[in-house]
Design a protein around this ligand. Structure first.
Ligand SMILES: *Cc1c(COP(=O)(O)O)cnc(C)c1O
Length: 369
């Protein structure tokens, strides 16, 4: 038995007839960009996220970048980001011309620690980007409270959290705007790149609609210097199929997570993920922490079980940000996490026996000490 980290082929197989019909529909339509499928998907995903607007864009990085641009954030401004996120969160800020200002996460939830945000605010700070990392919502009430007090915008990076709820409300509508990614491996994944912005702000939504399409509202009339970042019809049609299954597939992820949580023997060598009372996570990833994570990775891989590190190097230590002169030790929480985290296989198609093999393999190691 092999246990893939995530089985995307199984997702295709489960809905093959619907995907194939959607494919034929789009190919037959002769309209491949900004047509009916994108419009329908935008309406359906807005409804799903309980927000007024959804604007399909090229990918998750663009979603965040366009949000920042359309909010007037630019060079000289600062934007607060988590120290332990995927680099896209930082790059979106960099592309807008602003400077990402790193804030450490809460050690238990992996999400940005509200108690550390205030210290990072200066007179240049314009916004905070909490990331709902691994599919678990950040502590939005505390973050929004700080933002209101300092007159800052809050933009959610919801790239890993389609369908997650904070105090009963879905992510995507918990701040001024949110960026989603439909990268194939995400909980709602396309068959290629895709992304979306969700917001309740009419003006922001209008600006992003124009910015994603060359700054143009009417063909060949360019109001602003825009970008080319459109969700294409084929991806939108595929996403419409998967959206009908998102809740059911998230439920299946939750079952896997509870099995892991119930049966993994946690001790000082293996720390399990923690879920605050107000969080309803969608388990994009199931991340344990261990000082022996390299050994555990090896052990799992010898048993044909896929596991990964999310992420092995925090953004401030990447060569890409070397010019910002961030030395090791500057963000110790993120740095330790990068050396302790191990993501176990999780997904809607992970079979019971496969889950059992993961449990047996890890618990066997713990028993050996
Ligand atoms: C995937 C991801 C992104 C970027 O999405 P792309 O569609 O790959 O551009 C941004 N932020 C986080 C936290 C992500 O996981």
């Amino acid at each position: 038995m092999t246990v893939p980290f995530l089985d995307l082929k199984a997702q295709y197989r489960e809905l093959k007839d619907e995907f194939d019909a959607a494919y034929a529909r789009v190919m037959d339509s002769g309209l491949y960009l900004l047509g009916e499928e994108v419009e329908a998907f935008e309406a359906e995903f807005a409804l799903y996220c309980q927000v007024k607007h959804c604007i399909g864009v090229g990918n998750g990085l663009d979603a965040l970048h366009l949000i920042l641009r359309s909010s007037g954030i630019s060079s000289g401004d600062e934007v607060i980001v988590p120290s332990n996120t995927y680099i896209a969160t930082w790059l979106a800020v960099t592309y807008s011309g602003a400077t990402p200002v790193s804030v450490e996460p809460d050690e238990r939830t992996f999400n940005i620690a509200p108690s550390c945000i205030e210290r990072a605010i200066t007179e240049r700070t314009k916004a905070i980007i909490p990331v709902h990392l691994y599919g678990q919502p950040a502590d939005m009430d505390s973050i929004n409270e700080i933002a209101v007090r300092y007159g800052l915008k809050v933009f959610e990076d919801a790239a890993q959290a389609h369908g997650a709820k904070y105090k009963g409300q879905r992510v995507g509508g918990l701040g001024d705007a949110a960026g989603f990614s439909f990268y194939p491996g995400k909980n709602l994944g396309a068959f290629g790149d895709g992304g979306a912005v969700t917001t309740n702000d009419n003006v922001l939504a209008d600006k992003i609609r124009i910015l994603r399409n060359y700054g143009s509202r009417i063909k060949y009339h360019n109001e602003v210097k825009g970008f080319n970042s459109r969700l294409d019809e084929l991806q939108a049609a595929m996403l419409r199929v998967k959206l009908t299954k998102l809740d059911a597939w998230n439920e299946r992820r939750k079952l896997v997570a509870s099995r892991y949580l119930d049966h993994l023997q946690s001790d000082t060598h293996l720390i399990l993920p923690y879920v605050p009372l107000w969080a309803d996570p969608v388990w994009h990833l199931f991340v344990i922490q261990s000082p022996y994570r390299n050994e555990l990775y090896q052990l799992l891989s010898e048993a044909d079980i896929g596991s990964m590190f999310h992420y092995p190097i925090p953004p401030h230590l990447q060569d890409a940000y070397a010019a910002s002169a961030s030395t090791p030790g500057k963000f110790p929480v993120a740095e330790q996490m990068s050396q302790y985290v191990l993501s176990l296989p999780i997904g809607p198609h992970l079979e019971k026996q496969q889950q059992q093999l993961v449990l047996n393999t890890l618990n066997g190691y713990i028993a050996l000490g």
